[in-house]
Each structure stands twice: as structure tokens, then as C-alpha cells.
Design a protein around this ligand. Structure first.
Ligand SMILES: Cc1cc2nc3c(=O)[nH]c(=O)nc-3n(C[C@H](O)[C@H](O)[C@H](O)COP(=O)(O)OP(=O)(O)OC[C@H]3O[C@@H](n4cnc5c(N)ncnc54)[C@H](O)[C@@H]3O)c2cc1C
Ligand SMILES: Nc1ncnc2c1ncn2[C@@H]1O[C@H](COP(=O)(O)OP(=O)(O)OP(=O)(O)O)[C@@H](O)[C@H]1O
Length: 546
């Protein structure tokens, strides 16, 4: 493997910027060199040994395209492996699709906020670098995949376009359009790869790849998921790659990484809290840091409900969502940790959480677009408010409840919020404010670095009581949550510095020392409050101030 990649044709906009000292880089391994060492070491352990027999496996002809989507990695990337097997030359491509930078469906928020866009640019820079280590490169094209891929297939006489299968309608529409576009392309005779393509046009080969469990291995039809999420089936091993995937085809211009300005966004520096580093190198480094260097996996179950700092939970989600990290690689690392260090409830629990992630992905297959609809999969009829003032106070962290405001400020400043925080702010928006849950979900879609349609809309429908599981009433009482998860007010004082001068026990309940509460709570009484806040309130429109 060539570990010193040659330079790209244009400069990367992801150059490391000077960051204020209050920033926690995730991962924080002491610089790019150590991250590169970790990634190279990991790649080596997942490289096929014995060059001769590896070479024999490659029986294909012509060119195959790998269309990178939410699978921005080299390790355990089946489309990449299949493209290599079926061809003599692999052309890796990423299309910067303008639709990803338009607006959300109902409420016209930015579809991708600046922080996630920056994370994506870093992922692409890193993917290009890692593909170069394997003797390839990444072609970056600006435009719609259905326009770009057929014309590339034509120009390179590609017999197949390999890509990861998606499950939500926006992505499925693009798949359909790409497939249709490819059918208009004629492959000259002799270029078609008979083992993979009997047609005379390039084929779109979609491969399942986002989950821990492979959809084909489930002991039940994904369209009839049982209640239990824990599939009783084996997890496939990670795909190993040969050390060299090249040579790449001759390409005059491999294309530039997009600048945020080109994407129509103003760049946003993280001024406080966690700064996630995009890309597979950082993803592998975070696994190494969390499991091996800091040895935190063995206490995950006790710490996972925290809210402050990088280490209470794995923080794998932004890399999982962009596909810079394979869930099967995490699984194999957990098993290695269990063999070499300790197996306990915490080591199991990380896998259990990954199964939740799978669960929401499979639900999107089962329930289709209903996970995006107001009534959810159960078609719940309920009145919701779209009160702009209430929503904006939630969005901007001005509700008068420090726990809500701190979490919402963390989200807009860093693109991340803990799972605990997400559940609390979701419950507050939909239950205490009675606001249309889709407004919250779309704001999360804008802001989250780890935005994933299935996990996001799945969790929002679940938290709003319109999901497929009606059994639980997911009301989170703010006083109770604050007392349990932020008893010293450390978290709220971090994000709302004006609370730092208030005695610790009062920080979550500061009364007149903080801004006015915009709505009373539906259930529960605040410690500092002896008026009518205990009154039960249904989703009436009392608080509408349009
Ligand atoms: C309203 C709401 C919206 C959410 N939106 C998203 C989203 O868009 N993308 C996303 O990845 N997660 C989402 N989650 C799930 C969860 O909050 C994050 O995955 C988690 O906080 C990420 O932090 P972590 O990687 O440190 O998680 P850890 O606690 O370390 O868990 C490990 C991994 O398990 C998975 N996981 C954990 N909890 C969940 C869960 N409830 N649902 C699905 N997967 C889970 C994630 O992939 C996570 O990286 C949402 C949760 C809520 C309540
Ligand atoms: N990847 C995604 N991210 C966010 N939203 C998505 C994604 N994929 C699909 N959607 C959502 O799916 C929905 C599809 O639109 P819509 O619900 O109108 O289609 P439909 O199922 O045909 O229903 P209808 O009968 O109401 O038209 C939209 O809300 C859209 O935002």
C-alpha cells in the first residue's frame, strides 16, 4: 500500500484552522500523523494477504464505476470491492448533488447546515486521500447523479455502476433516475462484462451496506419486522480489500472539493464544545481512542446518558451516518476488545445501540414514507400547533428552561446533541409546546452532523407517540431529567454562561435569574415555581401567538 498519497489537482478547503482552546476535537489523538498511523494500521489488518491469489480473484473486464453515497469509506465497502472484482479499472465518483443543499420538505430550513456540509467536505478529502493509498482517486463532480453517472459511464465505457442501496424516497428516486439514465447509454460490444451484465447498457448494481445485520440475513422479512430488534442471525465479517485497487482510469481533472460558498452556505466555525473531524481516518481513530487508548468501552453503559464532553458515549454517529465508519467494523472491534480486555454489560450495550440503528433503518423499509408523515406509521390523528414564536424560542434556545436552551445551543454551535438531550428537547417541543413534531425533525435534519433520515425521523415519530410502537408515553419531565442527569448544573452552565454565577443546585431552576419560561410544563412542578405549572395541558392552541 502506498502510504504517501500524491497531491490532488486542487487544494482542499478542509485545511486545519486555528481553534480556540475551549474546543474538544473528536477524536483528539495528537494530530493528523497519529490519526494516519491508526488508519494505516487498521487498513493493513483488513488487507487481503498473498498478492498472487488476490490477483486471481479479479476476473472482470473493462471499467466499473463506484458511485459513493453515504458510504464514504474504503474499509468494508462492498460496492468498492465488487467494482474491483468485476473490472480491470475502477472509477470512484462522488456527485455533489445540489438537492442536498436546497431546503427541507415542509418548513424550508436549509437541507444541510454549514457544519454538516463542512463535515462532508472533510469526509470527501479524506476518502480521496485513502483511495489514493490504495492506488485510486476520487472523481468529484458537481451536479445530479442521474446526469453525471450516465455520461461518465458512456465516456469510460463502464459496464456497471456499483453503489450502496438506500431506503428513503428521496434517495430511491435518484436511484430510479440513475438507472433510467444508464439505460440510454449503449456499451460498445466487447466492453460489456458478461459475468455481471448481459445487457448492452451499463447496469446499476445496488448493494445493501448501512446496517450491522445484512437485510438478506434477517430471519424474517424486513417488511414484517417483529417487535424484538435483536435479530437472531450472524453478522457478516468486514470485507477485506487487496492492497492495491488501481490503476485508476485516465482522468484529466479529478475535480475540486466543494467550498461552502459554492454550496450556498457561509462557513461556520465551532466556537465551543466538540469539533468532529470528518472522514474515515478520524472515524477509525475515534474507535481506537474510545476503545483502546482511553479504555472507555468497559464503562459505556454507566456513562452513556451523559451530556457534557466527548467521552460519555462513543460519538460514532456522525461517521456512521456518512458511512465513513462501518457498523460491522465496530462489531469486530467490540469482539476483539471483549477477547483482549473485558466483556461486560457495557461492551454488549454498544452493540445493542447499533441494533437500534438497524431497527430504524429496517422500519423505513417496512413503513416507507409514513415515517415522514404527521400521523406517522400509525396514522395518528392529533392537532398540532405550528406556532412560529414557540418554535423559534425552542430552535434558538430561548425557552426559559436551561436544560432545553443549553441543548439547543449545543446543537446549533456544534451539530451534535447527546441522546439524552435529544429525547428531552423532543418531548418538550411536542408534549409541552404541542408543536408539529416535523418542525423539530426538520430542524434536526438541518443541524445534525449525524443526520440520517431513518434514525432521525424514526426517533422523532417514536418520541412524538406516532411511531409504530404506541405502548410508551415518552414524556420527559424537565425537573426530573435535570435532577438526574445534570444535578450540579454543570451542563447548563457550560452552554449558558450567565448561569455560572448561580449556586449549582439552582442552575437548572434559576427562577427570575434567567429568562421567562415561554410555556408552563404539561406535567410536573418546577422546584422554584409554586404557581400553576402543575396543571395538565393537552395539545390545545392556548400558546399560539401567531
Ligand atoms: C429525536 C432524536 C433524533 C435522533 N436523530 C438521529 C440521527 O439523525 N442520526 C443518528 O445517528 N442518531 C439519531 N438519534 C439517535 C441518538 O441520539 C444518536 O445516535 C446518538 O446520540 C449518537 O451519539 P453516540 O454516537 O455517542 O451514541 P452512542 O450512545 O455511543 O451509541 C452508539 C451508536 O448507536 C446508535 N444509536 C444509539 N442510540 C440510537 C437511537 N436512539 N437510534 C438510532 N441509533 C442509535 C448510533 O449509531 C450511535 O452512534 C436521534 C435520537 C433522538 C431522540
Ligand atoms: N432522505 C430523506 N430525508 C428527509 N426526508 C425525506 C427523505 N426521503 C424522503 N423524505 C420525505 O418523504 C416524504 C415524501 O413525500 P410525501 O410524503 O408527500 O410522498 P408520498 O408518500 O407520496 O405521500 P403523499 O401521498 O402525501 O404525497 C417527504 O416528507 C420527504 O421529505
Amino acid at each position: 500500500m502506498n502510504s504517501s498519497p500524491s497531491s490532488t489537482s486542487c487544494s482542499s478547503s478542509s485545511a486545519t484552522q486555528q481553534q480556540p482552546p475551549s474546543i474538544n476535537h473528536v477524536p483528539d489523538l495528537g494530530g493528523a500523523n497519529e490519526m494516519d498511523r491508526v488508519a494505516d494500521h487498521t487498513f493493513r489488518s483488513y488487507t487481503l494477504k498473498n498478492n498472487a491469489s488476490v490477483g486471481n480473484k479479479r476476473s472482470g473486464k473493462g471499467t466499473a464505476i463506484v458511485w459513493f453515497r453515504n458510504d464514504l469509506r474504503v474499509l468494508d465497502n462492498e460496492p468498492l470491492y465488487k467494482a474491483w472484482l468485476s473490472s480491470q479499472t475502477v472509477l470512484p465518483v462522488f456527485c455533489v448533488d445540489p438537492r442536498l443543499f436546497s431546503t427541507t420538505y415542509h418548513f424550508s430550513f436549509p437541507k444541510t447546515g454549514a457544519l454538516r456540509a463542512q463535515f462532508l467536505v472533510e469526509c470527501l478529502a479524506d476518502l480521496r486521500k485513502n483511495l489514493m493509498k490504495f492506488g485510486l482517486n476520487l472523481l468529484i463532480q458537481h451536479g445530479k447523479p442521474e446526469d453525471i453517472l450516465p455520461s461518465l459511464a458512456k465516456a469510460f465505457n463502464a459496464h456497471t455502476v456499483y453503489a450502496q442501496k438506500e431506503t428513503c424516497s428521496e434517495e430511491l428516486n435518484v436511484e430510479r433516475l440513475v438507472s433510467k439514465g444508464l439505460q440510454q447509454v449503449v456499451i460498445p460490444s466487447g466492453e460489456s462484462n458478461s459475468s455481471t451484465n448481459s445487457n448492452n447498457f451499463p447496469k446499476l448494481q445496488l448493494i445493501w451496506g448501512t446496517t450491522l445485520y445484512h437485510i438478506d440475513d434477517l430471519p424474517f422479512d424486513a417488511g414484517s419486522l417483529p417487535d424484538a430488534v435483536e435479530a437472531k442471525c450472524a453478522i457478516r465479517p468486514c470485507i477485506k480489500l487487496p492492497a492495491l485497487l488501481g490503476p485508476p482510469p485516465l482522468v484529466e481533472d479529478w475535480g475540486c472539493l466543494p467550498s461552502l460558498e459554492k454550496l450556498g452556505l457561509s462557513s461556520q466555525n465551532v466556537s465551543k464544545g466538540m469539533k468532529f473531524v470528518g472522514g474515515e481516518t478520524a472515524a477509525l481513530s475515534r474507535v481506537y481512542e474510545y476503545f483502546w487508548k482511553k479504555d472507555l468501552l468497559k464503562v459505556y453503559k454507566e456513562t452513556r446518558n451523559g451530556m457534557l464532553g466527548p467521552d460519555y458515549s462513543t460519538k460514532f454517529s456522525p461517521w456512521l451516518a456518512s458511512g465513513s465508519l462501518s457498523p460491522r467494523f465496530i462489531y469486530e472491534e467490540v469482539k476483539r476488545y471483549e477477547n483482549e480486555r473485558i466483556a461486560n454489560g457495557s461492551t454488549y450495550w454498544v452493540l445493542f445501540e447499533l441494533i437500534w440503528r438497524d431497527y430504524f433503518r429496517f422500519l423505513s423499509v417496512k413503513y416507507g414514507n409514513s415515517i415522514f408523515h404527521l400521523g406517522g406509521p400509525r396514522k395518528v390523528q392529533q392537532k398540532w400547533s405550528q406556532d412560529k414564536i414557540l418554535f423559534e424560542s425552542w430552535r434558538d434556545g430561548r425557552t426559559g428552561y436551561p436544560l432545553i436552551d443549553a441543548n439547543m445551543k449545543e446543537l446549533s454551535t456544534t451539530g451534535f446533541m447527546s441522546n439524552r438531550g435529544r429525547q428531552i428537547v423532543c418531548s418538550f417541543l411536542v408534549r409541552d409546546m404541542g408543536i408539529d413534531w416535523r418542525m423539530g425533525a426538520e430542524w434536526f435534519e438541518t443541524c445534525l452532523l449525524d443526520y440520517d433520515p431513518c434514525s432521525n425521523y424514526g426517533n422523532w415519530t417514536y418520541g412524538s407517540g406516532v411511531g409504530n410502537d404506541p405502548r410508551e408515553d415518552r414524556y420527559f419531565s424537565i425537573p426530573k431529567q435535570a435532577q438526574t442527569y445534570d444535578p450540579e448544573g454543570e451542563y447548563v452552565a457550560h452552554w449558558l454562561p450567565r448561569l455560572q454565577t448561580i449556586p449549582k443546585e439552582k442552575r437548572n431552576f434559576p427562577g427570575n435569574l434567567y429568562i421567562r419560561q415561554i410555556v408552563p410544563l404539561k406535567f410536573g412542578r418546577l422546584q422554584s415555581d409554586n404557581k400553576s405549572h402543575g396543571a395538565r395541558r393537552t395539545n390545545d392552541r392556548r400558546w399560539n401567538r401567531n
